[in-house]
Each structure stands twice: as C-alpha cells, then as structure tokens.
Ligand binder design. Structure first.
Ligand SMILES: [Zn+2]
Length: 165
C-alpha cells in the first residue's frame, strides 16, 4: 500500500501521507478522493492515490536542508556538466570556493570526479563547461519530496498536481 498525496482545498499539494491516514480523512468526510489507483479497500471504497481536503489549511514555509544528499537528489544523481550518472559523484562549487563562491543551492551542483578535476578553480565559462541547467533552490520541501517519488517512477498520477517539476 502506497503513499497518498494530500491537496489543499485549493488543489495545491499540501503533504504526503500514509494511505491509512488518508482513508480516515475520507471516511470522516474531511477529504474526498481525487485519484484512485484501481485498488479497493472495501467493495464501495476505492483506495485513493490523491485526496483533497474540504477545508483550506494555511501552511508555514519549511526550509529544505542544504545537504550533499539533497543536492544529488535535485540533480537526479547526474553530473551537471557531462550527464554521467553513477557512484563517482561529488559536489562542485560553480563559482569556485577559492574565489569566494559560497555554499548555496545556486552555487552547488552535482559533478562527476572527472569534471570536477577538469574544471578546477575555474568558472563554467572559463573552463568552457556549460551547465545543463541553472541550479536553483527547490520550490518547497513538499515539491522536493514529490519530485523524488516521480523520479523513481512512483505515483505518476501525482504529476498533474505539481506543475513545474
Ligand atoms: Zn561529469
């Protein structure tokens, strides 16, 4: 049994919850099923994959920790210079640390060992190694979580509720 994407009354994604909790919300009338995965809990109760709350909830912004693991996730475990995927991945400072480049979502990218060494203390422009895409801070921790599921091919039906991933 999988996870369930919870939408706010406004259809914005709110969080990811267990199917048990989702079912309780539906049975209590606090949420409605929006997408189903074809399975049933009872004959008349389909297993939801996406539910929507009947009331609007305000959510505080949650910061996503800037960690090596999270940068790798954002970049889909792929070298941002040569598209290598594998185990030999490192973090590269786009603007070199030795020249004042800091640790930030915008200045850290996933790079393979070869590209990291080749680039050295140069900017992508100086090294003639353009980035595949501009590194950005992920939208929100929820979008980040959802994109992890989508990248692993789980819950493709969530895609249409998280535009921009
Ligand atoms: Zn590379």
């Amino acid at each position: 049994m999988g996870k369930v994407l919870v939408l706010n009354a406004s259809y914005e994604p709110l969080n990811i919850t267990s199917w048990r909790r989702a079912i309780v919300l539906v049975i209590k009338g606090k949420a409605e099923g929006v997408e189903h995965n074809g399975k049933y809990i009872y004959a008349n109760l389909p297993m939801p994959s996406v539910i929507r709350l009947r009331y609007y909830v305000r959510v505080p912004y949650k910061e996503i920790p800037l960690t090596r693991r999270n940068i790798f996730y954002r970049d889909a475990q792929t070298c941002q210079y040569c598209h290598y995927t594998g185990d030999a991945l490192t973090l590269d400072h786009v603007h070199p640390r030795s020249r004042g480049g800091g640790d930030s979502w915008e200045n850290l990218v996933t790079a393979c060992v070869r590209c990291n060494v080749k680039k050295g203390n140069r900017t992508p422009k100086e090294a003639n190694m353009p980035l595949g895409k501009i590194p950005r801070k992920p939208h929100s921790s929820l979008y980040f979580e959802v994109s992890k599921h989508l990248k692993r091919g789980i819950h493709p039906e969530w895609q249409k509720y998280v535009i921009g991933i």
